[in-house]
Design a protein around this ligand. Structure first.
Ligand code: FES
Length: 112
């Protein structure tokens, strides 16, 4: 086991977790309302600003407890910000609010 906390703290400002959980039930789940397209939109937005896997990493996750028929759940950690009902079209506005339009507010959530 290797503790890598210091390395990750130096490298990463935030981790965007997108729920991709798909369940076979009558209840809505992100995996059936555009999760994969939303993940692509998040990665593309960050890549276009050279922030993907430098200051911001992106991961998929299971249910965040914000299931909706209207879109996907996202949390940004360690900022402890949470979104539901996110569509791929919402991603630019969401990420600009978090990180600034040019992703230049990374490292200081109060400036975003
Ligand atoms: S399935 Fe995504 S928040 Fe529950």
């Amino acid at each position: 086991m290797n503790e890598r906390t210091e390395r990750q703290r130096e490298r990463l400002d935030a981790h965007v977790f997108v729920c991709t959980n798909a369940r076979e039930s009558a209840h809505a789940s992100c995996g059936t309302v555009g999760a994969e397209e939303t993940v692509v939109a998040v990665k593309d937005w960050l890549r276009e600003r050279d922030a993907f896997w430098t200051a911001v990493s992106v991961g998929t996750t299971s249910c965040l407890g914000l299931c909706s028929e209207d879109g996907v759940a996202i949390t940004i950690q360690p900022r402890n910000t949470w979104y539901s009902d996110v569509t791929p079209e919402d991603v630019p506005e969401l990420l600009a609010a978090e990180f600034g339009p040019a992703a230049d507010c990374i490292g200081d959530p109060d400036d975003s």
